[in-house]
Design a protein around this ligand. Structure first.
Ligand SMILES: [Zn+2]
Length: 151
């Protein structure tokens, strides 16, 4: 079996007048992420990790509108790989994300066709340091493993 891994990273600015959507979950907050569509920074980081594992560039190259949604999943399967597991970190000073992480894992496991035990979402702050600490934006990092199948 061939194993490949990929990493992804994304940042969006926090602005007023936008919903905050992370991992497909709308989170009650007075600000949201700026960008096309829902600007779901976690989904974008995951998509970049999937593309990276196959050395296919980044979502900017594939989806110029920066709204990849989950379309990249089919390209992974078309190349003879399936996702082994995914781990991720959301970097946000506020709001507290722990109550919403279980639903994010449910959403992500469904779209990636994985058991939830293979889908990890964590959240951290930067102790008020940097753009995330100043609440100017939210970042997300993701790493995935892909396993070859079908010989
Ligand atoms: Zn993005």
């Amino acid at each position: 079996m061939v194993i490949k891994v990929g990493i992804g990273y994304d940042v969006h600015a926090l602005v007023e007048g936008r919903p905050l959507i992370l991992g497909g979950v709308e989170i009650p907050y007075d600000r949201g992420l700026l960008g096309h569509s829902d600007a779901d920074v976690l989904i974008h980081a995951i998509m970049d990790s999937l593309l990276g594992a196959l050395a296919l560039g980044d979502i900017g190259a594939h989806f110029p509108d920066h709204d990849p949604r989950y379309r990249g999943i089919s390209s992974i399967q078309a190349q003879g790989y399936r996702i082994g597991n995914m781990d991720s970190i959301i970097v946000a000073e506020r709001p507290k994300l722990a109550p919403f992480i279980p639903q994010m894992r449910v959403n992500l496991a469904r779209v990636m066709n994985l058991d939830e035990t293979r889908v990890s979402v964590k959240a951290t702050t930067t102790e008020r340091l940097g753009f995330a600490g100043r609440e100017e934006g939210i970042a997300a990092q993701a790493i995935v493993s892909l396993e070859s199948f079908g010989g």
